[in-house]
Design a protein around this ligand. Sequence first.
Ligand SMILES: [Zn+2]
Length: 226
Amino acid sequence: MPVISADFWFSRNHDMILSQDHFFVKNTMHNSAPVIDSQKSVKEALAQNPDSLAPEDVLETLRVEVVEYVGFDGLIHQGQIVMHKDRLDDVLAFFELARKLSFPIRSVVPISDPRYVWDDERSCAGNNSSGFNYRTVSGNPTKLSRHALGVAFDINPVQNVYVRYDKDMKEVFRFPPNCFYDKEASGTLTVDHPLVVFMKERGWVWGGDWTPESGRVDYQHFEKAL
Ligand SMILES: [Zn+2]
């Protein structure tokens, strides 16, 4: 009976061992636990702003959903978004595509979080992406935002800034302040970006298509009215 030396066995099986190791490493990375950005109960996620209570019929239409995305650190992150139930499928498809494209997203945390306390400017300053917030539109305290019905969401406000203009098209307000829209920067939405094209095909409006003539440009914002 021929004796198979250890060297022979190793050379025969080396590639297999290597590829198994490789597979194991890749597989481990793929299956590693995501970085948790938000893990709230439904009650916590839907906690109400005492200064701006949403009506019961609005609250009934809202859903809290887990989303996964690639962070700016290259790791998979897990967050939560609050949306109207009839807008959830499109938004989940958006996040799925963003993950496939490795489009980085800083965090997705409901606005009820103690860091933001329903304050959109705090959430934007933290580069947080979010959906529902029972609030009025920026610059108009009498007009309810589409976010108030959970039919709008914002992505990476630091890369995708909000800019307001006066009637002479002069910039009067920018949020977050000192942030500039750079089409080449990672995490930035542009008119020909697959994520923007994808949402517009589904009937969503992208705020980056608004113009200074209309009074504002809102690169972070997607909405689809009911
Ligand atoms: Zn918005």
